[in-house]
Ligand binder design. Structure first.
Ligand code: ZN
Length: 243
């Protein structure tokens, strides 16, 4: 484990000693795996189940859309890797709603969920499909016209494929700026998910939600994140992600 990661974990656990919050929070992963791994960002099914157990034992409920100030957790997966499809029985067994952020042009790419599989997942009440742009370009590093294309193309493509409205977006690599927010609002995204740690209703700006990445968190780190221990890294993430 890299030294910077170890320092981060120590800071999160230390900060959580001063937190006792049960405020609602969005958390996210990239994939889950049992035997075959489709990305090095994937979480083992074993660890994922442990997280769900911790969430439930801490008295939180897992919901598809947070509506209460406290006690609710929203779970999302970015990039639509194939492991989620292959292990969807785990999601069903745990009976947890999840939001899947899909990069529309990745639907035919190796190691990713394809259109047929996405249509199959979309039939489940446990899945909400949302946009992660058309081709995963870093939105704060492209011009306005390209950004508008990335956001419009993905929304339109997914809506046509799934025959449902797509109103949420998450930023590739969590990176965004004021231009990104403005265009996302104009294109019609009500909710924009960042990767800045924070509680759900503690928005970065109107409609820009905070989310905590938990994909490799061991038991104690995960418990610390649920309480808001990772908010100590907010400023560092803001400097890295908002440009
Ligand atoms: Zn991504």
């Amino acid at each position: 484990m890299a030294v910077s990661t170890q320092i981060k974990i120590i800071l999160i656990r230390f900060a959580s000693m001063f937190c006792c919050s049960k405020k609602s929070k969005a958390i996210f992963y990239h994939d889950i795996h049992s035997d075959q791994r489709f990305t090095n960002m994937s979480t083992s099914v074993e660890l994922f189940k442990k997280h769900i157990q911790i969430i439930r034992e801490s008295g939180h409920e897992i919901v598809s859309k947070i509506s209460k100030e406290t006690g609710q957790i929203e779970i999302s997966f970015d990039d639509a890797y194939l492991g989620l499809y292959c292990n969807f029985n785990v999601i069903k067994e745990l009976d947890i709603p999840i939001q899947l952020f899909v990069v529309s042009s990745f639907l035919e790419k190796d190691n990713h969920i394809n259109k047929t599989q996405l249509l199959e997942l979309n039939k489940s009440d446990l899945i909400t499909i949302s946009s992660h742009t058309n081709s995963h370009k870093i939105l704060s590093e492209i011009d306005a016209e390209t950004c508008r294309f990335e956001l419009t193309e993905s929304k339109k493509g997914l809506e046509e494929l799934l025959d449902t409205e797509v109103n949420s977006l998450c930023f590739p690599e969590g990176k965004f700026n004021n231009q990104t927010i403005k265009i996302a609002n104009e294109v019609g995204y009500e909710k924009k998910y960042s990767s800045l740690p924070g509680f759900y209703f503690d928005e970065f700006t109107q409609g820009v939600k905070k989310r905590s990445l938990v994909q490799f968190a061991r038991e104690k780190e995960f418990k610390a994140i649920l309480k808001g221990g990772d908010h100590i890294l907010s400023l560092w993430y803001k400097l890295k992600h908002f440009k």
